[in-house]
Design a protein around this ligand. Structure first.
Ligand code: NAG
Length: 261
């Protein structure tokens, strides 16, 4: 199995990068197991590789699947295939407050808007280049959308090459609803993944999977720096992040070590 051997070499190399980082005091950061007691699985065997969930202003739960469906959780606990988007590359989703639309990251097409009326492409380019590998999106209080791009160099299928290369090809973008243009807010991120807005709407948190950390970006910079460490030395690569009602954040982690060893 030469390809397996190659992968092992690449991973050995990768882990060396990780192990040369400062020691991680990881377990103390993990929530108590009791936090997860009473956890129930939604859509097991029905929902095909969902990447993200969003809850609209009426409390309806949505997810986007790998086979291109936007699915909606109904009151009786069953899932409805709501809208079909012909795409195998749907990632993060969010809802907008004012119009209650769904915004979906399509890592091939860009940023999509989904409503009862259908699907439209909101943004497909950023400063003249194709908008690719959009991973997650959140709406700020002023109606602009903050979008992560995980890698400007590698496609989602080759995400592990981005990990092995270890260079920061990630970005944070902003979609301005009045000009309908996308601009670059931050560059040089290590696989920008989940993005969440703070409770008071004054900053966003962006997770950098390959750095095991999330950074904070103030939306009104003033004399603040454009990025600060929000949390680091996480016990895994942070994936999605969501705001909890009390102002804290839920972060899902990719157990990089456990998967491969
Ligand atoms: C659940 O609710 C939907 C919509 O109201 C309905 O169409 C469906 O038949 C219900 N399914 C079950 C198993 O009750």
């Amino acid at each position: 199995m030469p390809s397996g051997f190659m992968l092992a070499c690449l991973l050995a190399f990768t882990l060396q990068i990780f192990f040369s980082l400062p020691p991680v005091s990881s377990d103390s950061l993990l929530p108590m197991i009791s936090t997860f007691q009473g956890l129930i699985k939604l859509g097991e065997g029905v929902v095909n590789y969902p990447e993200d969930v969003a809850v609209d202003r009426n409390g309806v739960v949505y997810t986007a699947t790998r086979d291109g469906w936007i699915m909606r959780l109904q009151n009786n606990g069953t899932w409805k295939n709501w809208k079909l988007i012909h795409s195998q590359t749907l990632l993060g989703i969010t809802t907008t407050k004012e119009k209650n639309n769904l915004i979906v990251c399509d890592s091939d097409k860009g940023l999509l808007k989904v409503s009862e009326n259908g699907v439209t492409v909101l943004a497909s380019h950023v400063t003249g280049s194709k908008l690719r590998f959009a991973n997650d999106v959140i709406e700020a209080s002023d109606g602009s959308l903050y979008i992560t791009v995980s890698s400007t160099k590698f496609a989602p299928k080759a995400y592990y090459l981005d990990l092995v290369e270890g260079e920061p090809h990630g970005q944070l973008l902003r979609y301005d609803p009045s000009s309908k243009q996308v601009s670059i807010v931050l560059e040089g991120l290590y696989f920008a993944n989940g993005v969440a807005l703070s409770k008071h709407g004054d900053f966003v948190v962006v997770c950098e999977s390959w750095k095991f950390r999330c950074i904070k970006h103030w939306l009104k910079l003033g004399d603040k720096r454009d990025r600060e460490i929000f949390i680091e030395n996480l016990p895994g690569g942070p994936d999605n992040i969501n705001l909890a009602p009390d102002g804290s954040f839920w972060i899902s982690l990719i157990k990089v070590f456990k998967i491969y060893i």
